[in-house]
Design a protein around this ligand. Structure first.
Ligand SMILES: C[S@@+](CC[C@H](N)C(=O)[O-])C[C@H]1O[C@@H](n2cnc3c(N)ncnc32)[C@H](O)[C@@H]1O
Length: 153
């Protein structure tokens, strides 16, 4: 379990049984069972070398690491504070690598991947998320056709 801690504007809070990630007073994400379940439908489709956009509380990386057909996981996270709070506690069974970068910039350079999963938005309206994901899809399509997004198709 990730321990409670604050770095800069970001905090991990113990919610008893799961943790939440906050930016300031704003709840960003958590690894409560119901949140995890929403991701699993997309994570189950990922295989091979997987690119993950957004670390959050690291559930996606942990879940993917447990899949036999996943060989490598590259997680791209924009906030170094989130990486420092979370990544040391994520067991990726030797398959994971973290990169501190904006996923939109990262995707401009060629990368050999089999599948991609993106979950970078926090509390934006459905419209903005769909627009952002459409941009991400256009960039990622250069490197794989198997692209999945949290919740929205
Ligand atoms: C909803 S959380 C991801 C939750 C994650 N799927 C999990 O399993 O815990 C979104 C994460 O994306 C990160 N993020 C936001 N914009 C980003 C960007 N442009 N590039 C990379 N990471 C970004 C945020 O800092 C945050 O950690």
């Amino acid at each position: 379990m990730i321990p409670e801690n604050t770095i800069g504007n970001f905090s991990i809070r113990d919610e008893v049984g799961y943790v939440s990630l906050y930016k300031g007073k704003q709840h960003w994400t958590d690894d409560a069972p119901q949140s995890n379940q929403l991701q699993q439908v997309w994570l189950d489709k990922c295989w091979g070398k997987v690119l993950v956009g957004g670390l959050g509380t690291g559930y996606a990386a942990r879940y993917l690491a447990q899949k036999q057909n996943v060989t490598e996981i590259i997680v791209v996270e924009i906030a170094q504070e989130v990486i420092d709070l979370v990544w040391p506690y994520i067991d990726t069974q030797g398959k994971g690598k973290i990169v501190c970068a904006d996923i939109f910039e990262f995707l401009k350079k060629p990368i050999k991947i089999d599948t991609a999963y993106f979950d970078i938005y926090n509390n934006l309206g459905r419209k903005s998320v769909k627009e952002g994901n459409a941009k991400l899809k256009k960039l990622a399509e250069q490197w794989t056709q198997k692209i999945y997004f949290w919740r929205y198709k």
